[in-house]
Design a protein around this ligand. Structure first.
Ligand code: SME
Length: 158
């Protein structure tokens, strides 16, 4: 029996925040909600090859729930796009990752990236990372939508 690779069917972003709210409400578990949110975003967004979380553990980032190909397991604080978002607490929206000094190429196909720090009550929990095989994939509108959805995720944790 040969495994038939399937193309991703993109759901689209209409009502995405509402779907995230419905999916995460009533559950406070970090891993459960990070896993479901990664899946929702991966299947809703076009031209996205990796969506997932890195969590802060003992001063570095460790990969958490995600959708996409296997990824780098740990990322030092301040390194790459993820480590920069974690260290500065600022969203990184990178149109061309090959021009980002210190970019960590987990997947050679990745061309643009959006990374949001996950901060609850002033404490860094980790980052939400979205990768695209298309240059300049993420608009300021995407950034705002992901910020809104991340807020829903953070509030769901109780
Ligand atoms: N490219 C990221 C590493 C994580 S992966 O893309 C999943 C970075 O530079 O931080």
């Amino acid at each position: 029996m040969v495994w038939q690779e399937q193309e991703k069917t993109v759901i689209g972003t209409d009502g995405l925040a509402g779907q995230a709210e419905a999916l995460l409400s009533g559950q406070q578990d970090l891993v459960a909600n990070a896993a479901n949110l990664s899946a929702l975003l991966f299947h809703s967004l076009e031209n996205v090859s990796w969506v997932g979380f890195y969590f802060e553990k003992n001063g570095e980032l460790v990969v958490g729930p995600f959708q996409g190909k296997p990824a780098c397991v740990t990322i030092p604080m301040g390194k790459g796009v993820c480590g920069t978002a974690a260290e500065t607490g600022k969203i990184q929206r990178i149109a061309d990752v090959h021009e980002f000094e210190g970019h960590i190429a987990c997947d050679a196909a990745s061309k643009s990236e959006l990374v949001l720090p996950v901060i609850k009550n002033g404490r860094l929990l980790g980052v939400l990372d979205l990768d695209s095989p298309v240059k300049n994939r993420f608009s300021s509108r995407d950034e705002l939508l992901m910020k809104e959805i991340l807020e829903i995720f953070i509030n769901s944790l109780g």
